[in-house]
Design a protein around this ligand. Structure first.
Ligand code: KG4
Ligand code: ZN
Length: 348
């Protein structure tokens, strides 16, 4: 079965073709980062308009790369939520219209399900059950994963997501948008410099005796540190290092606690912050001591992409989860959507 995956939940247009036996055949991504960076963050209306421009050429390009035509497709998986409503509408309406025209099913996929299954795209993949640490710009969650569609939330952030905190801290250090990768680069520069670390930031909720997180106070602590000093390159790298160290320590300790709590021996790290080098090193170091194997998606599949949506859709269709969707020319998007309960929170 050839499944076309379409991701348009935020500022990346991601398209992929996944075959249920042969695996990922091709994928393409258009990142809108350069366009949004001018405004210091994602402008939803601009994001939607750009998805409209990109989606069709990218589908054509991805089909060509897989040496396939539209008529070879057997199903379409698209991100139905959560995300920016207007951006989701572009991918969803495109997917449903194409499915109607081709007379093949279209399946709405949860964006976070895509992220947490993304390590299954690697040759060394985890097997169920595992604990997933989802760390993106919008979410920070620890999830117990027993199988496709079997998710139990173990803990989550009570305020900012880890990626959001990276981006906001980077912004206050004058690193532009999106600042996560830039901040992490500076932090690495500091650790390589061998200089002593004079700045220490708090480890929020480290001893909260639950698996929840909080990152907004950390960003404020970084801000008050920055306000006390002249922002030279040295100070920038030092604050970046202290910030990253604090986030990494909390994420690592809570992930290990989730593994102890569940008794599982595999940890999957997914979402954009999963690209962070120090997080990867730290997690692997401590997990190894506990006999835990840590799985990461390849760097290109850490951040938003179409491959994870095609994969999640293919897995659901193979299991006939929710039944084979019937052909329809109507659809809805779910800007907010709970993965564990599959419920849409009130006020939507
Ligand atoms: O998963 P993702 O692409 O989009 C969402 O669904 O949110 O994650 C994007 C987030 C951004 O906040 C970005 O700053 C962060 O991931 N990020 C990083 C790194 N690369 C991306 N944060 C820390 N270190 C990185 N190397
Ligand atoms: Zn994402």
């Amino acid at each position: 079965m050839f499944v076309l995956g379409i991701e348009t939940s935020c500022d990346d247009t991601g398209i992929a073709i996944y075959h249920t036996k042969r695996g990922l055949l091709s994928h393409s991504l258009y990142s809108q980062t350069a366009m949004h960076s001018e405004y210091g963050g994602v402008v939803p209306e601009l994001a939607s308009r750009d998805h409209i421009r990109r989606v069709l050429p990218l589908v054509k390009q991805t089909l060509k790369a897989a040496k396939l035509g539209l008529n070879d497709l057997n199903a379409i998986a698209y991100t139905q939520g959560p995300g920016l409503a207007g951006a989701l509408l572009v991918g969803s309406s495109f997917a449903v219209a194409l499915s109607f025209a081709l007379k093949i099913p279209a399946l709405g996929v949860h964006h976070l399900e895509g992220h947490l299954l993304s390590p299954l795209l690697s040759t060394t993949a985890p097997v169920f059950p595992f604990v997933a640490l989802l760390v993106s710009g919008g979410h920070t969650q620890l999830m117990e994963v027993r199988g496709i569609g079997q998710y139990k939330l173990l803990g989550e952030t009570v305020d900012d997501a880890a990626g959001e905190a990276f981006d906001k801290t980077a912004k206050l250090l004058g690193l532009g948008y999106p600042g996560g990768p830039a901040l992490s680069k500076l932090a690495d520069e500091f650790s390589k410099s061998g200089r002593a670390n004079n700045f220490k930031l708090p480890r929020p909720m480290l001893h909260s005796n639950d698996l929840n997180f909080s990152f907004s106070g950390l960003k404020t602590a970084a801000l008050s540190l920055a306000n006390k000093h002249e922002i030279t390159r040295e100070v920038q790298t030092e604050i970046a290092f202290a910030f990253q160290e604090a986030v990494v320590e909390v994420l690592t300790k809570k992930s290990l606690a989730a593994l102890t709590q569940t008794g599982f021996t595999q940890l999957v790290v997914a979402g954009g912050v999963g690209a962070n080098r120090q997080l990867r090193e730290n997690l692997s170091k401590y997990a190894e001591k506990m006999g835990i194997t840590v799985f990461y998606p390849s760097l290109e599949f850490c951040t938003d992409n179409g491959a994870m949506i095609a994969l999640a859709g293919a897995m659901r269709l193979q299991k006939s989860m929710g039944g084979i969707p019937s052909l329809t020319n109507s659809f809805t998007v779910r800007a907010r959507w709970d993965l564990e309960t599959q419920e849409i929170p009130p006020n939507e």
